[in-house]
Design a protein around this ligand. Structure first.
Ligand code: ADP
Length: 273
C-alpha cells in the first residue's frame, strides 16, 4: 500500500516513557529535541499537531533522584505531579528553541465521558491550534489512579492518544514505541519475527501476533497499540507505529518512506469525503 500523507491536516503523536527517559533514568535530551524539531517543522508547514506525552513518573523519579517507582499509589501520584512540571518545563525550553509555544492539557476519563466537559476541552484544543500552539496532553495522574479504576483512568496513554485523535478528528495517529513496528510475532522472543509494513484491518491473526486473545503476560504493550489502531480504523483514521529512538524519522515517514507499520483500511476517511 502506497503511503501518501500529503492531505494530512491534523496529527496526534503519542510518545512514551521509553522514548523520553534513558535506561539509566536520565532524560533523553536528543529525542526530546527531535520531537520539538519535528513538531515545530510540521506546525510551520500548517499541519495541526497534538502531542500526547507520558513520562511524568520518569521525570519525577529523575528530579527526586529515586531509581525505583514506589509501590504505593499515592506516592506514585505525588512523584508524577512533580515530574509533570519538570517535563513541561523541558518541553517549553526545547520547543522555544524552534520558536514554538506549547501548552498543557491534563485529562481524566470523565472529562471525555461528559458531553459538556468534552466540548470544553475540544474547544480549548481548537483555539490553541488556531493560535499555532501545540497542546501537550497527558492523563492527570494526581487524580486518576491505577488501571483498575475505570471511573477516572483511560487505561494507558496508547488508548488516551486514540481517544484524543477521535474527538479532535485527527487524520493520523503516530505512535512512537520502543520497537520498530508490529511484527508477526514478538521479536523479543522470536529471532525470525518479521516486521509488518502494512496492516489493512485488525484480524484475529493480528491480535494473536501481539500475544493472543486473553493473554496477560509477555505481550508488552502491543495489544493496547492494536486496540488504538482499531479505534483509529473505527473513525476512518490511520496510524503509524514506529520506533521513537529517533523522532526525526517521523518526517521521513510522513514523506511516504516505508518506516514502521502503517495501519490504514483500503477506504480511509479521505476517500470518503
Ligand atoms: P512503549 O512503552 O515503548 O510504548 P510497549 O512495551 O508498550 O512499548 O510495547 C512494545 C513491546 O511490545 C515491544 O517491545 C515487544 O516487547 C512487545 N511485543 C509483543 N508482541 C509484539 C509484536 N508482535 N510486535 C512488536 N512488539 C511486540
Amino acid at each position: 500500500m502506497k503511503r501518501n500523507f500529503e492531505s494530512i491536516k491534523r496529527l496526534v503523536i503519542k510518545v512514551g516513557t521509553s522514548t523520553l527517559i534513558l535506561p539509566n533514568g536520565k532524560i533523553n535530551l536528543e529525542s526530546i529535541d527531535g520531537l520539538a524539531f519535528v513538531i515545530s517543522t510540521l506546525m510551520n508547514r500548517g499541519v495541526d499537531v497534538i502531542l500526547v506525552s507520558s513520562g511524568a513518573m520518569g521525570f519525577g523519579l529523575n528530579v527526586l533522584d529515586k531509581d525505583k517507582r514506589p509501590k504505593e499509589i499515592d506516592q506514585q501520584q505525588a512523584i508524577s505531579s512533580v515530574g509533570q512540571v519538570a517535563m513541561m518545563s523541558l518541553y517549553t525550553q526545547m520547543f522555544n528553541h524552534y520558536r514554538t509555544t506549547v501548552s498543557q492539557v491534563l485529562l481524566t476519563r470523565d472529562v471525555v465521558e461528559y458531553p459538556e466537559s468534552l466540548r470544553n476541552v475540544t474547544n480549548s484544543i481548537e483555539s490553541l491550534l488556531k493560535m499555532r500552539i501545540v497542546p501537550i496532553i497527558n492523563e492527570n495522574d494526581a487524580i486518576s489512579v491505577d488501571e483498575m479504576d475505570h471511573q477516572t483512568k483511560f487505561g494507558d496513554n496508547d488508548r488516551l492518544s486514540a481517544v484524543v485523535a477521535g474527538f479532535t478528528q485527527a487524520d493520523l495517529l503516530i505512535m512512537l514505541s520502543d520497537i520498530d513496528g508490529l511484527y508477526d510475532k514478538n521479536p523479543n522472543i522470536y529471532d525470525d519475527a518479521v516486521l509488518r509494513s502494512y496492516v489493512p484491518e485488525i484480524t484475529e491473526e493480528i491480535w494473536q501476533s501481539a500475544g493472543g486473545a486473553g493473554s496477560k503476560f509477555g505481550t508488552g504493550g502491543m495489544r493496547s497499540k492494536i486496540k488504538s489502531a482499531q479505534m483509529m480504523f473505527d473513525v476512518g483514521g490511520q496510524m503509524i507505529l514506529m520506533n521513537g529512538k529517533d523522532p526525526r524519522q517521523m518526517l521521513k515517514a510522513l514523506s511516504g518512506e516505508p518506516i514502521g507499520t502503517y495501519f490504514a483500511s483500503e477506504v480511509t476517511r479521505d476517500d470518503n469525503h
